[in-house]
Write a protein that binds this ligand. Sequence first.
Ligand SMILES: NC(=O)c1ccc[n+]([C@@H]2O[C@H](COP(=O)([O-])OP(=O)(O)OC[C@H]3O[C@@H](n4cnc5c(N)ncnc54)[C@H](O)[C@@H]3O)[C@@H](O)[C@H]2O)c1
Length: 174
Amino acid sequence: MAKKTIGVGVVSLGWMGRLHARSYRSVSERFPELGVEARLVAAADPIEEVQRAAVEDLGFERAYADYHELLADPEIDVVSICSPNFLHAEIALAAIEAGKPFWIEKPMGVSAEQARTVAQAAEKAGRSPPSASTTATPPPSSTCASSCAPASSAASPTCACGSSPTTTPPPWGP
Ligand SMILES: NC(=O)c1ccc[n+]([C@@H]2O[C@H](COP(=O)([O-])OP(=O)(O)OC[C@H]3O[C@@H](n4cnc5c(N)ncnc54)[C@H](O)[C@@H]3O)[C@@H](O)[C@H]2O)c1
């Protein structure tokens, strides 16, 4: 059966953006039951060398300097937002405006107010509030749950892997 192709755009190709790109490339092999394959349509990053590497090394079909161009690209079905924290809310709201479903890296904003604004705008547009963190969603947390024994008391729970799933996170920086 022919696989459904999903056009992917990745905003910002730093450490995390490159990880997202590599992960999308492995979707078809890791999750054959989904019957989908990701097509790396475009990346957006203001650094020229990063744009070059996106196309020549990572396999994106094109690269933009401005994320607005990526969001306007009709061949892109879904977007990963992997930019610096201070841009998350701005880009997420622009993605909602453009009608593109997105995955956003943690945090959704640099304040609770920003995160709330993004979540509410996503819900208003009929989308689930976007997931944000590999430390809060599978597979790392499920791996953690199944493989790590609590390393300390219930009053201060930590896992052997070092995560502390029930503690309050510190405020986010820019
Ligand atoms: N989920 C996790 O476990 C995890 C781990 C590490 C980082 N992160 C998150 O990922 C995000 C990115 O972190 P990183 O370590 O990849 O950062 P990085 O510094 O490696 O990369 C940031 C990239 O953003 C680009 N950029 C800057 N301004 C831009 C703009 N206006 N438009 C588009 N791109 C722009 C930069 O050129 C750079 O390539 C952060 O929000 C961070 O919190 C999540």
